[in-house]
Ligand binder design. Sequence first.
Ligand SMILES: [Zn+2]
Length: 418
Amino acid sequence: MESKEYKLLEKLYFERIGGTDKELEACHIIQDELKQLGLESYIEDFDVVTNHVSKVSLEVLKPYQKTYEATAYMGCVNTQGLVGELCYFESDNAVSKKQVCGKIALVNGYLGMKTFKAITEAKAVGFITYNGNIDREENDLDPRELRESLQEFGNLPGVNIRVEDAMEMVAKGASEVRIVVEQTIEKVSSHNLICDITKESEDMIVCTAHYDSVPHSKGAYDNATGSVCLYGLAKELKDKKLAHNLRLIWCGSEERGLLGSKAYVAAHQEEMENIKLCVNVDMIGSIMGRRIAVCTSDMSLVHYMDYFGKIKGFPIEVSQGVYSSDSTPFADNGVPAVSFARITSPGTGEIHSRYDVMEHLSESMLLQDTSFICEFVSEMANSFVIPIPKEIPDNMKEEIDKYYGRDLKKKEEEDKKA
Ligand SMILES: [Zn+2]
């Protein structure tokens, strides 16, 4: 058995970084498939940045000399040679914050907003992060980005290195390092692909899935599977009579900070009143795992989804919460949202690395997931009145604010005033 869905998954199986030609190629592949279904679609561009790095290095100067391969943080300030004492910034605690003042911080793994805020507040002068897993034979060195949301707290020169190198530096007591970053930033385009299945009424349901991937990953599971699910919805629902508008949006640059869905809601503010629901699909079809539906909505949708799974005999854990994906910008603009995923069980598949591969996926799981999501979308799109209250409850608003780091930013503003 090889379904059209699975064939499309195979076609999308390549690195598709937001803002690159490869991402656009993936966009065109999906658009061609829609055309073969007899469906028109259109592309909306939005700006993202890219960098051209002319120099980047990390050297340990004391107590031993060694140069480690490093990538520059896109968007960080340039330095022709920042020499400083190294401080292993283990966590955001008072002792580490005092120790890191005037030094270059080596932080644990990924640079989150909270950590970046801590090191800038503590007056660190530069930073080093790492990626990978020490037990892997080989770790790809990821390029990283100092996102605009982080730059609001400040800007420092920063580089990313491999986990084995970070461990060596700590084990050998690296105490003085030099960072060089020279890059220029350029604006390029990323793309959302939009397809209207029906235009029947004022009310609209949007279905979203991102089709970009991170560097070094062919993004089979994250999120060619969701992209294929949307294609499955198009195939299944295109000839059905639906009561409400149904729009499918394949979002670009999700992995770079939900940029596609943020651009969509910014460019379509006038639609927000009419969009009654966002159904987002991010990572399904894994061989092993558990199905989840995360509802950024009031509890009535949570209960409904739970009943729906039980009625259909589809095992799914339903919860109220914020899912880190393209559903969130919609919810942040007052649109109730539900994100579907099949989360891999421990050790059976990972994301955001070269190990996100087809071999961990199952055609039948992918089709089962797609079919369940399709039944739900079809039920909503055919409702006499879309039954979901058009409101985001306060507890969800709070969680969305936390997700965007607005609580941290608010605190910073208050601190500045004080
Ligand atoms: Zn994803």
